[in-house]
Design a protein. Structure first.
Length: 162
């Protein structure tokens, strides 16, 4: 009976040591570093803003890299080559974040500002954080999430009942 207790005790001790060793190995791994991206060529960004006049500034962190005036609620500005991403587009008290040079249309409004703020709170302006922030910012009623037709009305799907 004592031999079985000793074996169980040794087995328990071995499990504790293995778990402690695994925990130390997990903690000693280096943190994943994000790769800094830049625009390869100059990029023309455009979009709408909530106001009719003013200026849109493009910042690569702290520095203004481009600026454009708003005309009739629209802006268009050229971002120089080798500009560090993400680019923060600033208009009045509103912002939008450009994380990819391949996407060239960015509206700047209260929703884009809320998405940017949520992404920053999640850890910064990364693609994953912005996608998560955007998915949590758009509210769709459950009735609109079905395939029953316009605003959940099954009689309006494909022109009525089929």
């Amino acid at each position: 009976m004592q031999i079985i207790n000793k074996k169980l005790w040794l087995l328990g001790l071995l499990n504790v040591l293995l778990l402690a060793g695994c925990n130390e190995m997990q903690q000693s791994k280096p943190a994943t570093q994000s790769v800094t991206k830049y625009t390869a060529t100059s990029v023309l960004l455009s979009g709408r803003v909530e106001g009719k006049t003013g200026n849109v500034d493009a910042l690569d962190g702290e520095n203004v890299v481009a600026s454009a005036s708003v005309q009739n609620g629209r802006y268009q500005l050229e971002i120089p080559a080798q500009t560090k991403l993400p680019i923060i587009l600033h208009y009045d008290n509103l912002i939008a974040v450009a994380i990819d040079a391949d996407i060239t249309t960015y509206d700047i409004n209260e929703l884009t500002t809320a998405i940017a703020a949520k992404a920053q709170a999640l850890g910064g302006y990364s693609r994953n954080n912005l996608v998560l922030a955007a998915s949590n910012s758009v509210h769709t009623p459950d009735a609109n999430k079905t395939s029953t037709g316009f605003r959940g009305d099954p009689t309006s799907q494909y022109g009525g009942w089929h």
